[in-house]
Ligand binder design. Sequence first.
Ligand SMILES: [Zn+2]
Ligand SMILES: [Zn+2]
Length: 444
Amino acid sequence: MSRILIIDDDEASRQFAESCLRDAGHDVLLATDGEAGISMAASTVPDVVITEELTPGIHGYGVVEAIRANASLSGTRVIVCSMKSYPTDVKQAENAGADRFLSKPYAPETLLQLVAELTGAALPSVVVDVSPSSLKTGAFTRDQMLFNMTATRSTAVGARLRVKFWGTRGSIATPGTGTVRYGGNTSCTEVRFGEHILVLDAGTGLRELGNALLEEFGTRPMRVHIFVGHTHWDHIQGFPFFTPAYVKGNTFMIYSMRGAGKPLERVFRGQMEADYFPVVLTDMQARLRFIELRKPVQIGPVTIRYHYLNHPGIAVGFRIEAGGKSVIYTSDHEPFHRTKPGAAGEKEEHKVTEFAKGADLWIREAQYNEEEYKAKRGWGHSTFDDALNSAAEAGVKQLSIFHHDPLHDDAFMDGVVADLRARARENRWTLEVDAAQEGQTIEL
Ligand SMILES: [Zn+2]
Ligand SMILES: [Zn+2]
């Protein structure tokens, strides 16, 4: 019988795996987040580690990499399991060094068979080239993070949360006469509270925001916190054109999850390599700190929490709270129950709705109508109905859909807004509904 470590924050699925394995006579160990799982694996040297993909703190791919980087765990087999099962996720699990990918929910026999397969046969040892030091690149230690939190703590008297959309388009920039009002730049939203400046996503809209910041600050140094939900092109492509990053004395903190296969900093460095761009990341004269999220972030009086979304690869949404108000920002997300119909998918989606619960404003990705969605199932995006229904369920005051599809011009979007408002009225929902427009500001 084998020693098996289960790393999963979801109690029901952890208990399910635990009882399947215990009943079969295995010795089972449990951890509820990535960091605890990694240290437990190091101290107990299990035969098999079964890690959920979306574990709090360090995600499942990070767990796999840490295990592969630990020479004393060279005999440990790793299974990544997930409610998501986009081909990208399966591939990324394999790239990180996992032996198998297990799609949730699964039958007990499937799990037991997999464990038997991994432990029974004399498998050749897997050689994975992961340097242990690479795990630390770009990540703040706990002490540094705490220092950062306390050093910037201050109170903003009478400040209000202000939101401005600089990029509202999804997938690719779509300039032209048909997109003048709703906007052609890709995802970028500015959120301010007093002196604190946050930017959500670094799509092409970031270029104009950069110019506006330069005008506002003149020669004064600026400090800006950029939160990136995931690093697909349309969410990072504006960064090389963000002029303030080339100015010495400025500081930019860039927060996101560690990539599924590489550190956050390397993803940003990659898009500026010579094959793609004439200037490299290190030519930027500002101070850039890349912070891989493991827990909520506190910037003065502003708290930023994050939650995993259903999108190929690792993607998160943010909840920003300050001065008694809250903004939710969830880009690229296909409701879990759309790709995993049934109770398990609905439960996972309910966690997303809970994350948005009672917010003053939910900036939420919605890209298709129900007809269009039929051909786009599994692409990782929501429909307009998904957005409206979940906003109503979460009891938010205001919904602003964004990440508009490149095929949807202003006239089409006007129709979408009118339709969503009519549906909200029919259902007697009190929430305000809108579609984000480039240049629009919202004060909470
Ligand atoms: Zn996107
Ligand atoms: Zn995406």
